[in-house]
Design a protein around this ligand. Structure first.
Ligand SMILES: [Zn+2]
Length: 189
């Protein structure tokens, strides 16, 4: 049986011992436990994969590095159709409990995971944060799909609409159909 991701991790022990967390969060689990993520997308397409290595780096930072990935469906804000996107999130995080930790972590260019006074944390929160950060702010089809899968349908107001508003007005209906000045003519009447 597949091992479930632990829900409480002692970051000090994990980073001291160089522990690796590797596995998947199933679709079912993600619906139940990663609610923020699930609500930010149209649909999660499958397992969320994680491969995280906890350790102390040469400067003493307690860090976790690796990758989180998932495939999701988003709604394109250009054409409003859904599209699939593979999220691959490189993880490079330092655990921080005070300003000194934070300064050192930032000097080493890590992202920050604040733990305040706690030693234990839920790694699913870290995974979920990484996925949320990887989501595009404005989801859109890739440029290569524009004009193909990503096609914008714009409805223009045609002469027919003008005439429909003025049904029975008269003789020049046919002529005005393609005439851009038809509207002016209507106003003058
Ligand atoms: Zn699109």
């Amino acid at each position: 049986m597949r091992e479930r991701i632990p829900q409480r991790v002692d970051y000090q022990r994990y980073t001291d011992q160089g522990i690796t967390l590797k596995g998947v969060i199933s679709l079912e689990e993600s619906h139940k436990d990663l609610v923020r993520f699930t609500k930010s997308i149209i649909e999660n397409m499958g397992d969320i994969q994680y491969d995280l290595v906890f350790e102390r780096d040469i400067s003493g930072n307690r860090i976790v590095t690796g990758e989180v990935s998932a495939e999701v469906t988003l709604q394109c804000q250009r054409c409003m159709d859904n599209f699939k996107l593979e999220l691959k999130c490189p993880v490079s995080i330092a655990f921080v409990q005070n300003d000194f930790d934070q300064q050192q972590a930032e000097d080493s260019l890590y992202d920050i995971f604040w733990l305040q006074k706690k030693e234990l944390f839920d790694p699913r929160i870290l995974i979920e944060d990484e996925l949320l950060l990887a989501l595009p702010q404005i989801p859109m089809h890739s440029e290569s799909e524009i004009g193909k899968d990503c096609d914008v349908h714009v409805e223009f107001i045609t002469g027919d609409d003008v005439e429909a508003n003025d049904a029975g007005a008269g003789l020049s209906e046919q002529k005005d159909e393609d005439n851009p000045f038809a509207i002016l003519k209507q106003l003058k009447k």
